[in-house]
Structures are given as C-alpha cells and as structure tokens.
Ligand binder design. Structure first.
Ligand SMILES: Cc1ncc(COP(=O)(O)O)c(C=O)c1O
Length: 388
C-alpha cells in the first residue's frame, strides 16, 4: 500500500514552537504587530507594495470583489468554469454578474480566446485563477486587457511562487488573492492575503476587512475627508463602506512568518516532484503536456488522454486501494456551471458549453504533492497508474 495523503506535515513542530513562544510572551492576540510584519514580509516576497492579511482566501476574494464594486462600480466579471466556488460567489455577492469562460488543458486556466470572446461593454474585470500551481497568464492576454482597459484580478490561492516570464503570479493584475489553508503551499491554518500596488485599493481592502471603518485606513487624506464631511460622527466609528469582519489574528500571523522562511525551499521540491511524476507517467493514457514553465504545484494533476469512464473508474478504485488521497475534478471539484449554486441562479447556463471544464470534471483529479513526499512513493504511484 502506497499511502499518500493530500498534504502532510504542513504545520511543523518548528511552527508550533514559534507559536508557543509567542503565546508565552504576549498578551495581545488580535490583529497587531505580527499581522503587520507578516503583511510586510509577504509584500517583499511577492514583489508588491501592499498586502492585507485576512482570515481565508475566500475572504480575500469577497473583499476584492467588494472593493471593485465600491471603487469602479458593478458589471460583468469573467470567471473560469474551473475554479473555487468563492471566486464566483464573491462576484455574485458584490453585485457583479459572473460570465463563465472555458479553460485550457495545458495550464487549466481560462483560455485566452474564451476570455476575449466574452468581453462586452459591461465587462468590469477578468478574475483569473492560476490553477493548482500553473501560471495562467500569457503576454498577449495581458496586452489585450491593457489595450481594452479591463482590470485583471489574479486568484493565486493555489499557486504561491508560480511565475510568468520570471515574475511572480499575483503581481500582474490590479490585485491578487492568496490562501493559506492547510493543504496549500504554505499554511496559517486558515488565512488569506490580498495584494496590490494600488494605494486606493489597499486602503479600501483594509476598511472592508474591519467593518468598513475609516480608522483602518492608513491614508490621512481619506480620513480627513470623512471627518470633515461627517462632523456629527465619532471619528472612531465612521463606517465608510458596508464592510465585513474578515481579520485574522496574531497567532495565524506568527505561523505565517515562520512558514514563509521555508516556502521557496519547499517549492523547489514540489517542482522536482512534478517533473518526475509527469516524465514517468504513461503519456498514451494520461495527459502530460502541461505548460510547466514557472509552475509550482502542490498537487499532481492527473488527466486522462481520452474520455474513458472505465479507465477513470479503475484509477479511482486503485488509488483507494492504495490509500492515495485524491480530489476528482481538480480545483473546486470541476465544472462550476454544474453546481447547484450556479444552476439555481442561472438555469440557462449549460455545462456542456464548457467542454474542457467538463472533461476535467469527469476525467481529471489531483493527488497531493508536498515537500516531504519521498521519490519512491511517486515511483510507486506512477507504476500503479501506468499498468491500468
Ligand atoms: C483557487 C482558489 N481560490 C480561493 C480559495 C479559497 O481559499 P480558502 O479555502 O482559504 O477560503 C481556494 C481554496 O482552497 C482556491 O483553491
């Protein structure tokens, strides 16, 4: 039996030791100095000016879409048919209209020609997900969006450290979102980050994170404007936008600071693991032509070459026997258009209009790829898959 969980040892003894040390020596546990330090270290690591630490990647999505509605108005937002549910629910809750685009096989991100075809005069933003560690950008897409003045938001929740043309994913759009949930490249148990170079976006993200309060802004001009315009309000309690409470805590930030120290090293191992996995997998049975340039995958994507229910059934059975954990459909379980939360709201949408997403839905899955994974286990995994 191979025995392979989706993720192992993501929070180490070193992290819990750092946490215990912090707990022994501190008496402020709500968002404070460590949150600020984690934000600043994260900004430096990613290569952006501002980061806002929140309590999940989904919260990062919700805040980002709310900031867009607040600053730029509501409109259509182009979203992938394969992504996490909160990439679409955040669009809906902010009052935008999700417009689905099908994906590529080679990086599982929205296909450029699909995005371009879905642009209308009402398009407010393109919300692109970098799926399972693959870079989802291309030079021509970036150029096209720039030419048309359409905002790009990057969801990098599954792709910490992935790059496009040597620059980290999450630095190309107006804003980018990360998740630090347990099974990702690094973890704060629960957590997320919103990153941007745009000062105004940053200030509003901070206010949305904390009830919409103006005192959360770091910009004296923004504060002064509200104080002057609302003299009858207590400056401590001016709620500028209909905000959330999506703050994290010092405890999560302490873990994040410690985790960040080994992220790059861990990512190198993930890259080597994926390379070995793809090089040894039977390319007649399984799709291996992913564009791995700049990718950093915390999972092995397993995708059949052809639509073959029998083979897929065998793969699932065999992996279960071998106690290899897997998730069918890849990110978010596959084609989001098939999900009840979409079908209930948009009954006219046909999942089959997104054939690549549908193929992944039925013939794709992912298996864990973590730094402590031994080469021999990957070899055994590949052997088991190749004989099916
Ligand atoms: C692409 C993507 N976006 C957003 C999220 C949401 O992150 P979280 O689980 O931290 O809410 C996930 C979840 O894992 C994800 O895979």
């Amino acid at each position: 039996m191979i025995g392979l969980p989706l993720m192992d040892n993501n929070i180490t003894k070193d992290d819990t030791d750092a946490l215990i040390e912090f707990l022994k020596n501190s008496n402020i546990f709500t968002q404070n100095r460590n949150v600020r330090e984690f934000e600043s270290l994260w900004s430096e690591w990613l290569g952006v000016t501002y980061s806002v630490f929140v309590n999940s990647g989904s919260s990062a999505n919700f805040i980002t879409m709310a900031v867009i509605a607040e600053l730029y108005g509501r409109g259509e937002v182009i979203v992938p048919a394969v992504t996490w549910s909160s990439d679409i629910s955040s669009v809906i809750f902010a009052g935008h209209m999700p417009v689905f685009a099908d994906i590529n096989f080679e990086n599982l991100a929205m296909a450029e020609k699909e995005i371009i075809a879905k642009i209308t005069p009402d398009t407010k933003a393109v919300f692109l997900s970098h799926i399972l560690g693959f870079n989802g950008l291309s030079g021509s897409l970036l150029q096209e969006l720039e030419n048309r003045g359409i905002m790009l938001i990057e969801d990098v929740c599954e792709s910490h450290g992935a790059t496009f043309k040597g620059k980290k994913c999450g630095t190309f759009g107006l804003a980018s979102n990360f998740s630090f949930y347990f099974a990702h490249h690094m973890s704060t148990i629960e957590g997320g980050m919103i990153c941007t170079n745009d000062k105004k976006f940053y200030e509003y993200a901070r206010m949305f994170r904390s009830h919409g309060m103006v005192r959360e802004s770091t910009d004296d001009d923004i504060k002064k404007n509200y104080y002057e315009k609302y003299p009858k309000l207590n400056p401590e309690f001016i709620f500028t936008v209909p905000g959330f409470n999506m703050r994290s805590t010092e405890l999560n930030a302490v873990i994040g600071i410690n985790q960040l120290k080994r992220l790059d090293e861990n990512n190198k191992k993930r890259v080597e693991n994926l390379k070995y996995f793809l090089e040894n997998l039977d390319s007649d049975k399984y799709y291996v032509d992913f564009n791995v340039e700049g990718s950093v995958n915390y999972a092995f994507v397993l995708l059949l070459r052809e639509a073959d229910d029998v083979l897929f059934g065998k793969v699932c059975d065999r992996l279960c026997e071998e106690k290899v954990e897997f998730r069918r459909g890849t990110s978010g379980g596959g084609n989001q258009v098939r999900q009840p939360y979409i079908q209930k709201r948009f009954p006219g949408l046909n999942p089959k209009d997104y054939p690549n997403a549908d193929f992944i839905h039925f013939y794709g899955m992912y298996i864990g790829n973590f730094p402590a994974l031994e080469r021999d286990k990957i070899r055994q995994l590949v052997e088991v898959l190749n004989v099916l």
